[in-house]
Write a protein that binds this ligand. Structure first.
Ligand SMILES: Nc1ncnc2c1ncn2[C@@H]1O[C@H](COP(=O)(O)OP(=O)(O)O)[C@@H](O)[C@H]1O
Ligand SMILES: Cc1ncsc1CCOP(=O)(O)O
Length: 540
């Protein structure tokens, strides 16, 4: 590489991958020149540029590479060449990016000067492992979502969020940096950054983008938007292993009394704020879910059509997605995406997920489409998501429990980057480090249909109120407000009301229990919660 043209990047040290522009000249809006758009993107502060040309002859490619270099040197931004080592050498680029069917990494390393940066595209953990062993400086992980910029029609080409997480686990401790690529844009960027992390919190170093910048009428603004989101996310206070805020911690730790006091106070917050609680739930429990929301002081809306999800998500509050009877899947996909874009908490109730292959595949599809804030389920459902056979399912019901429930919820919370609640005679919930054990409730809850479903509703109601109360507090967070606390509060509300309902004279069984439960929810006060809550806190 020509020393005069080299950019100043040192391998591994200065490599800023935060906003990685991959050029795609075929996507330029009509009449827009490549160099004008490139300069606009540089003004929007992309941090690195890769020239990706799949159908050009050598002379034309080199000409484009030389022009790109001249412009990028002016902005002090390194240039990487896709695939063509000869072009990288000839134009003095900072390095090359190799696909799985390009030149082997070891050969490229041998051909290039020692300071050259080499990146490798990976779709599987095995490919990531090989890239690490071969001495790659960074890897491009994807395609994370479907995209029309590249042919990703072959099975396995879209690795999804779960695939990126698995690859990030392989990269942990290696020093090899990672960007995600494929279908990333300003509307899904924050969600992508939040979701893409290994269970121990190893995150992305940046994102690679083609169409959201190149096809934009204003590439400078498009790049700024992406960069702003990345910077806000990177600057957000590190809130623990799953990336949500934990505002009620005292000196970095939750205390039993602190949680109970804050949860009790939320009962009044719900009544005061009357959060809109948007619910896509199953046919069996719609009426009782709407009544539970009203009794708590929230405002229910049961709305499933795909076309109305964008509008609904703009109204602050909470969202419940309960896939119990597996209707309205398009609505569920859109609702969660829009909620993520608008910072709304999403409570996911994967009813009976272990019961059929279709339910398992649907849960995977939904969790790839959006990031839940809370996943709640009974032992069979949580076990199915955790790939554990320890607890058997009978349809949507669970037979038995886990030997080590705290560890199951803690680990699943870390994997899915959200609060996890395991319901049952004792409820366990975790934010990936703290585990809270709640022992309120009554066995009559196990004898009515949809007790778990209305628990989801209560949690969505409290999450909605807590997020409204905290609006704007942390720009780089996917959801504002302490969602562990809101989950505790929703669970306490339902289980404490159940205890009081069961104790009523007129309640003689499940039939009389349900209306009494609604009454007790409507009469719940912070004082009742303070007096009755049975909570234990277990720190990691
Ligand atoms: N035997 C029980 N004793 C006390 N509370 C219970 C009992 N069974 C269920 N609950 C409560 O009922 C709510 C719903 O839980 P669960 O029955 O596990 O849901 P699902 O209907 O999804 O199986 C939880 O808050 C839980 O605390
Ligand atoms: C080059 C590449 N590699 C995996 S997906 C992809 C294209 C990403 O383009 P876009 O950002 O427009 O989805």
């Amino acid at each position: 590489m020509h020393s005069t043209k080299d950019t100043t990047v040192k391998r591994g040290v200065d490599l800023d991958l935060s906003l990685y522009l991959v050029t795609g000249r075929d996507l330029l809006p009509q009449g827009k020149s490549y160099l004008t758009y490139l300069e606009d993107a540089l003004k929007g502060e992309v941090s690195i540029v890769q020239i990706r040309e799949k159908n050009l002859g050598t002379a034309e490619f080199l000409e484009i590479a030389n022009d790109t270099m001249s412009l990028c040197i002016k902005y002090n931004i390194p240039v990487i060449i896709n695939d063509r080592i000869d072009i990288a050498l000839a134009c003095g680029a900072a390095g090359v990016h190799l696909g799985q069917s390009d030149m082997p990494l070891s050969t490229a390393r041998w051909l290039l000067p020692s300071h050259a940066i080499i990146g490798v595209s990976c779709t599987t953990p095995e490919q990531a492992r090989k890239a690490v062993e071969g001495g790659a400086d960074y890897v491009g992980l994807g395609a994370v979502y479907a995209t029309s910029t590249k042919d990703v029609s072959a099975p396995g080409s879209v690795c999804g969020i779960a695939g990126v997480r698995a690859m990030l686990s392989v990269l942990e401790g290696t020093g090899v940096k990672a960007v995600a690529i494929g279908g990333i844009n300003s509307t899904n960027l924050l969600r992508t950054l939040h979701s893409c992390a290994s269970p121990t919190g190893h995150t992305l170093h940046g994102v690679a983008v083609v169409s959201d910048i190149v096809a934009s009428p204003d590439p400078c603004a498009a790049a700024w938007r992406l960069g702003d989101t990345f910077r806000a996310w990177a600057a957000a206070v590190s809130p623990g292993p799953i990336g949500f805020q934990v505002t009620t911690k005292e000196k970095g730790q939750y205390t039993r009394d602190g949680i109970v006091a804050a949860a009790a106070a939320l009962v009044d917050t719900v009544r005061h704020l009357r959060p809109l609680v948007h619910q896509i739930t199953n046919n069996v429990v719609k009426t009782q879910s709407a009544n539970v929301t009203l009794a708590l002081g929230g405002s229910p809306i049961m709305a499933e059509a795909e076309a109305e999800q964008a509008d609904l998500a703009r109204m602050p509050g909470g969202l419940l997605i309960n896939f119990g009877t597996l209707d309205a899947l398009d609505g569920m996909l859109a609702a969660g995406r829009h909620a993520n874009q608008n910072g709304k908490p999403v409570v996911f109730d994967p009813v009976g997920v272990g019961a059929t292959a279709f339910r398992r595949a649907t849960a995977t599809e939904l969790l790839d489409a959006w990031q839940p804030t809370v996943i709640k389920g009974n032992a069979a459902e949580i076990g199915a998501l955790a790939d554990s056979n320890e607890v058997k399912a009978q349809g949507v019901d669970s037979l038995g429990g886990f030997k080590n429930a705290p560890e199951v919820v803690r680990s699943l919370a870390r994997t899915h980057r959200c609060i996890v609640l395991l319901s049952g005679p004792t409820d366990y919930l975790s934010d990936g480090s703290t585990v809270i054990r709640l022992s309120n409730g009554h066995e009559l809850l196990g004898q009515i249909t949809g007790a778990g479903c209305v628990l989801g509703t209560a949690i969505a109601t409290f999450c909605g109120a807590a997020s409204i109360a905290a609006i704007g507090s942390h720009e780089g967070s996917l959801v504002n407000g302490d969602m562990l606390l809101a989950t505790v509060a929703g669970t306490l509300a339902l289980t404490i009301a159940a205890q009081h309902a069961a104790a009523r004279e007129e309640v003689r069984g499940p039939g009389t229990f349900l209306p009494a439960l609604i009454d007790e929810l409507a009469m719940l006060t912070p004082e009742i919660v303070l007096r009755t809550a049975k909570i234990e806190v277990e720190m990691e």
